[in-house]
Every structure is written in C-alpha cells, then in structure tokens.
Design a protein around this ligand. Structure first.
Ligand SMILES: [Zn+2]
Ligand SMILES: [Zn+2]
Length: 238
C-alpha cells in the first residue's frame, strides 16, 4: 500500500511538473489564436499576434498626395509594446521619417530609407530578415525610379504578401499558398486583364481612394478604415 501511495504521489508530482512545464512552454507562444489585422489607411495595416505588431507602410504622412487621412495618435494608441514597421518604399504616402522618429518602433525598410534614419532600431536589410517570430522575405519590385520592395511575411505558419506600389505583377503571380495578399487596385486590374489567379485565400485591397470602385475578383475584400479581421492559425495547420 505504501509503495502504491508513493507511486501515486510520484505520478501526481510528475503530472504537476509536466503541467508547470507546459504552462512555461505555452507562455513562449502567442496568446492569440490568430493574427488580428486592422486597416489604418492607404497601405497601412496593423497586424498583431497579441505580442508583436507589424505595421505596414506606417507611419505615413496623413492625406499625402490626396490619399487617406488618419489620426496618428489614435492609430498608435493601443499597439503592443513590441512593434515593427515594414516599409515598401520612401514615398510620403508610405513613410514619414519625422513621425517615425517620435515612436519607439523597430523598422524594416529598403536601405535608402534606412540610410536617412538615426536609430538603433533598424533591422539590417537582407533578402530574408527576422523580427521576433516574424520572417520577412524582401522581393525587389519596380516602382518608377525609387527603391521598392514587396514583402512575403511568414508568421506562425501564415503567409502574408504585401505588394506595395509596384506596377509589375510578375512577383505576385509567382507566389503560392498565400493566406492573405494585399494588392493595390491597379495590380488587381492587371491580374484580371492577364486572367491570372491571385494565389491567396483572401485578397485585401489597399491604396484605394475613399470612393474608388474596385472590380469584383475572387474573394477580394475592401475594408473601411479602422475595420479589422482575423486570420486563425488553425486553418493553416490542417
Ligand atoms: Zn509610391
Ligand atoms: Zn503610394
């Protein structure tokens, strides 16, 4: 009996230790069950797993070139402490160095944009970069004469693609198994004209003007500013 009692106690201890360990392990993983994605304006989205926030083409100059205005204070009010900006290029409707200087955000951006910033929070630019749990592939794409990158973001098994301002849809066409593709209206139209499928479960339009008509194609979505949606991790784990 004593032996049995001791064994039981040992088993209970083992279970308790295992539970503690799994709690410790669990705490290393995101608390959220998916990515939460909110539209700020123009090509700016806040994407978060509850611990880290990725801000695409933000901060930009509100209303630059007649594109969407937004409230900088509101947009930055409830961000996670750990936030990184992902910048496709240096046009003012995508990036504002003065606004960025007023934040504590880290930044991934083309070398020409990084060169103008005096901060230790730059991620060294490379074809593949990492920030926290986020992997970023930088894909050079043409946009006039300015240095410009589209990005493939891999995060908790999800694949997000940000086209930026490029006129060329060749890189977008080369992608595969995207969970979300962020695509400008002119890129959507080029894909329609070329009868090409956008290789994504969800297509989100960005860089539209407020009243711009976006043709229907696949399951494309056009969000209002401040509107958000979730992409669950589980869907991709099948
Ligand atoms: Zn541009
Ligand atoms: Zn633009």
């Amino acid at each position: 009996m004593v032996t049995v009692a001791l064994s039981c106690r040992r088993i209970l201890c083992a279970v308790a230790v295992t539970c503690c360990l799994s709690l410790v392990c669990f705490s290393a993983f995101p608390v959220a069950k998916g990515l939460h994605i909110s539209f700020i304006g123009n090509e700016a989205f806040a994407v978060t797993d509850g611990r880290t926030t990725l801000l695409t083409d933000f901060p930009y100059t509100s209303g630059a070139f007649g594109y969407m205005a937004y409230d900088f204070r509101k947009a930055t009010a409830n961000l996670s402490a750990d936030t990184v900006c992902l910048i496709t290029h240096g046009h003012a409707d995508h990036f504002d160095a003065n606004l960025f200087a007023s934040t504590k955000f880290a930044i991934i951006a083309p070398p020409t944009v990084l060169a103008g910033l005096d901060t230790p929070r730059k991620v060294a630019f490379a074809p593949e970069m990492r920030y926290a749990w986020i992997l970023v592939d930088a894909l050079p794409t043409p946009h006039g004469t300015i240095e410009h990158y589209s990005y493939l973001v891999r995060w908790h098994g999800l694949r997000l693609y940000f086209s930026g301002d490029t006129d060329d849809v060749a890189e977008l066409s080369r992608q595969h198994k995207l969970d979300v593709a962020f695509v400008a209206p002119w890129q959507l139209k080029a894909m329609i004209q070329g009868k090409k499928q956008i290789p994504a479960r969800v297509v989100v339009i960005y860089h539209q003007t407020g009243d711009e008509e976006i043709p229907p194609y696949q399951n494309r979505r056009v969000l209002a500013q401040c509107e958000s949606f979730d992409v669950p991790f589980a869907v991709h784990e099948k």
